[in-house]
Design a protein around this ligand. Sequence first.
Ligand code: BGC
Length: 281
Amino acid sequence: MPDLPPRPTAPTHRVPRVLSGQKAIVTGANSGIGRAVALAFGQAGADVVVNYVVGDPSADEVVQTIRAEGGRAYAHKADVSNEDQVEAMFKRMIDEFGTVDILVANAGLQRDAAFPEMTLAQWNTVIGVNLTGQFLCARAAVREFLRRGVVPAVSNAAGKIVCMSSVHQAIPWSGHANYAASKGGIKMLMESLAQEMAPHRIRVNSIAPGAIRTPINTAAWQTPAAYERLMTLVPYRRIGEPIDIARAAVWLASDDADYVVGTTLFVDGGMMLFPGFATGG
Ligand code: BGC
């Protein structure tokens, strides 16, 4: 097996302008996957609300980058697990941008603990942000999609939601029961919502990333030993980059994916392929 180095992916200027004139909100958009999605959406022609909860300078940097490339964007601080803050965030978006065409429900976190030691606070924080946060944001987005309906000049759909899930919606994860439960919950939330909303021409789908180089999992890739261990779980033998997920999000949110409804797109370098069975079983 050749020892392949992590491959820095190409710059984002290859993002096609398939979201022109659409209004998008990306939660957790000041770092990691959310940041890459917000930047790619700006390049794809969308106006972008950059939601964040901690880190004003990093949210500002994302906004400035989108503006420097000719896009419209502003940052909005809100905790997605807080109903009032989510409602206020969508109200402002409708005031400033006129409507909502796309929600990328991305905000997520980990509070890892061995199960016997896991506190209720760790459980509640993860379920609150990762799962309840997606419920609150999706509900606010759907209400606006239903109010406005399809505008054919903008999109074939009345609205699109991309839920950021994880391979851990399917792969159990010891030491991370709260996180895996939240992602399993996202799977059924997404599928139930997709089924309920499809007749209204609202498309709801998920992306399930594998190991992506972001701050959430530095311990998994920062040292050569950790990286090598991680690669035993990744048949494609490189870590994912945030832009790998951003490109998938642009496509799912665009009319190029108009017939894609209720699907989970795994973007994981083959992590779902039971890599432990490559040589045995
Ligand atoms: C987690 C990462 C992890 C990856 C693959 C993600 O959902 O947030 O910490 O590296 O799944 O296990």
